[in-house]
Structures are given as structure tokens and as C-alpha cells.
Design a protein around this ligand. Structure first.
Ligand SMILES: N[C@@H](CC(=O)c1ccccc1NC=O)C(=O)O
Ligand SMILES: [Zn+2]
Ligand SMILES: [Zn+2]
Length: 207
């Protein structure tokens, strides 16, 4: 068996979350000394912390919840590509990327350098990218960024555009040490029935 490469953001009480959103916290609801038997932890967090998937309900009241999403999307062949971008990611930035037969595309921008703090600005996906990727059969896009849109966007055009074209969203992956190429991705959401997204443990397996 080939080794697993962890591409997940570690979750501790210092992890950078969306400004104003629920901070991540892990604490003990009971400790062994008091309960006499066990440590029992609890976590409180925004779903959009660290490495996570968005369900369409995140930005569309009528959209699918996590439980409605096909787990097959989150397991299977994925291509990792490196792009160097500044303001945005468009068709031009991917012109040298072979997309034939790619169903899961993971993009390393390297733009979120200090993962301990939330970025001020990030490159966003340009509106015409979704249709372009969908032509090749892309069903999942993953980025090393906390969003696919401009951080203060209210309309979320990239989120909506991707969803309209059947492309699902994985955010906050850590691709620093990952070479471009083909891997197997495993990034399963929890079976959260009502949720607008889910944290995932995302890993790649070398083929
Ligand atoms: N679209 C982002 C999350 C997002 O926009 C957000 C997350 C928490 C609190 C506020 C947010 N957006 C809006 O002002 C995401 O998918 O992770
Ligand atoms: Zn999200
Ligand atoms: Zn998102």
C-alpha cells in the first residue's frame, strides 16, 4: 500500500477561522478525575473552518444538505496542479494543465502562506472557470484557500457557478508539500443531516 499524504488543516484552539464566526474549541465536558472513568470531549466550531466541504445549502436555501451529497464525489482519482496567481484564477491560469479525464481537480495557489492567521485577501475563481472545467467532466474542485470567492463577497458568484455546473467544493486543503500529479483523494464529509458543509480529513494516496 502506498503512503497517505495528509492534506488537512490541523484543528486546535488557535486555528484561524472566518472573522466573526464561531471559533474552534475543543474542551473536556468531563475529565477522568471527576467522572471517575473517562475524558469526554466536545468540539464547538464553524463548519467553514480548516479543511471542509461546502454543501449547496451554504449559499442556497433550496440547495442540497451534506447528507444529500454523493460520497463517491469525495473518494477517487484527483489531479493536483500548481498555479501561480495573484488576483484571481481563470481559464488562462490553467491553460497548461491537462484536464482530459479529470473529475477531481486540486489547485495549489500557495497564496495562504501563514495558516495560523486568516488571510486579508485571496485569489478567487473567475466566473467562466466553472463552465470550462465542467466541459472536461470535473465534479470536484479543491483549493488551498478558505473560499472560492472574494472574501467579502455577498453574491458568491464562484460558489453558485460551480454548483450550477455540477462541481462540488472542497476548501482549505494543505498542499504545501504535494507535488503536481495524479493521486487518489479521500475527503469524506460527516453524515450531517441538516448541515451546510462538513469538516473533512482529506488525504491523498500516491498511485
Ligand atoms: N463561503 C465561505 C464561508 C463564508 O463565506 C463565511 C463563513 C463564515 C462566516 C461568514 C462567511 N461569509 C460571509 O460573510 C466558505 O465556503 O467557507
Ligand atoms: Zn466553506
Ligand atoms: Zn465556500
Amino acid at each position: 500500500m502506498k503512503r497517505l499524504i495528509d492534506i488537512s488543516q490541523r484543528l486546535d484552539n488557535q486555528v484561524a477561522g472566518w472573522p466573526g464566526d464561531t471559533p474552534f474549541s475543543y474542551s473536556l465536558a468531563w475529565n477522568k478525575a471527576d467522572s471517575g472513568s473517562v475524558n469526554v470531549g466536545k468540539i464547538v466550531m464553524s463548519i467553514h473552518t480548516g479543511t471542509h466541504i461546502d454543501a449547496p445549502f451554504h449559499f442556497d436555501d433550496e440547495g442540497k444538505r451534506v447528507i444529500d451529497l454523493d460520497p463517491e464525489l469525495y473518494v477517487g482519482p484527483a489531479r493536483v496542479v500548481h498555479v501561480s496567481v495573484s488576483q484571481s484564477i481563470g481559464i488562462d491560469d490553467l491553460k497548461d494543465v491537462e484536464l482530459e479525464g479529470v473529475t477531481r481537480l486540486l489547485i495549489r495557489t500557495g497564496a495562504w502562506v501563514d495558516r495560523q492567521s486568516f488571510p486579508q485577501t485571496i485569489p478567487h475563481l473567475e466566473p467562466d472557470l466553472a463552465a470550462y472545467l465542467a466541459q472536461y467532466g470535473v465534479r470536484l474542485i479543491g483549493l488551498d484557500l478558505p473560499s472560492v470567492d472574494v472574501l467579502d463577497s455577498k453574491e458568491l458568484p464562484a460558489h453558485h457557478g460551480l454548483t450550477r455546473h455540477g462541481i462540488h467544493i472542497l476548501e482549505g486543503i494543505v498542499l504545501e508539500d504535494v507535488q503536481p500529479g495524479d493521486y487518489e483523494l479521500i475527503a469524506l464529509p460527516l453524515p450531517l443531516v441538516e448541515a451546510d458543509g462538513s469538516p473533512v480529513r482529506a488525504v491523498l494516496r500516491e498511485l
